[in-house]
Design a protein around this ligand. Structure first.
Ligand code: HEM
Length: 169
């Protein structure tokens, strides 16, 4: 009986994990600008569909209103981060499940990101309640820490031999 192996590369996983960290950092910068430019309520505030996920009841912001564009870009860039974080989790669970730490931290960053979107929604629908807004900042830091730790773990990953077939002689 002989077992054949091939190398399972980590190239795509590295790209997705690094992009998760960089895009989350950029999203945090955009979030900070939403606050410092007082654009948090530009797409509306208070409960109801009109303020979240839509922007004053519309699918797209009024492009001639800078504050709406700032707030809306914060929401749209969340989708970019979600693409990379979900991609990292899917690839980890399907191709790199033996890397237990990466499974743990990539999954935790997805759960954190989901919770942060919900908190972002509550930040808007609570009319920027200061406690909610502070929690939004706090969770943003936690999500960033998770994606950075995950990126470092992926960086340390080496290509692993995976069994491709068992030939019974
Ligand atoms: C679609 C989901 C999201 C919505 C609706 C949203 C909404 C907001 C709003 C309205 C503010 C301004 C708060 C204020 O002026 O007090 C804000 C700030 C911020 N957001 Fe988000 N956010 C979302 C997702 C995220 C995500 C995923 C992250 C990071 C992982 C994030 C990080 C931040 C940060 C760091 C700030 C600045 C907080 C501060 O300076 O106090 N947001 N967000």
């Amino acid at each position: 009986m002989s077992i054949q192996y091939r190398e399972l590369g980590t190239g795509l996983l590295k790209v997705l994990a690094y992009a998760s960290a960089v895009s989350t950092y950029l999203l945090i910068l955009i979030g900070g600008y939403v606050t410092t430019s007082n654009s948090g309520t530009a797409c509306g505030s208070g409960p109801g569909f009109d303020s979240w996920p839509s922007c004053n009841g519309a699918l797209f912001p009024n492009l001639s209103n800078p504050a709406q564009v700032i707030e809306y870009s914060h929401r749209v860039f969340t989708l970019v981060v979600a693409f990379f974080v979900i991609g990292t989790v899917l690839l980890t669970w399907t191709r790199h499940r033996s890397a237990k730490n990466v499974v743990l931290f990539s999954s935790a960053s997805l759960v954190g990101l989901f919770a942060q979107v919900i908190l972002g929604m509550v930040t808007v629908t609570s009319d920027l309640n200061p406690v909610v807004s502070a929690a939004h900042l706090g969770l943003a830091s936690a999500v960033f820490a998770l994606v950075v730790v995950n990126a470092v773990m992926v960086w340390n990953l080496r290509s692993v031999p995976v069994e491709v077939s068992t030939i019974v002689m």
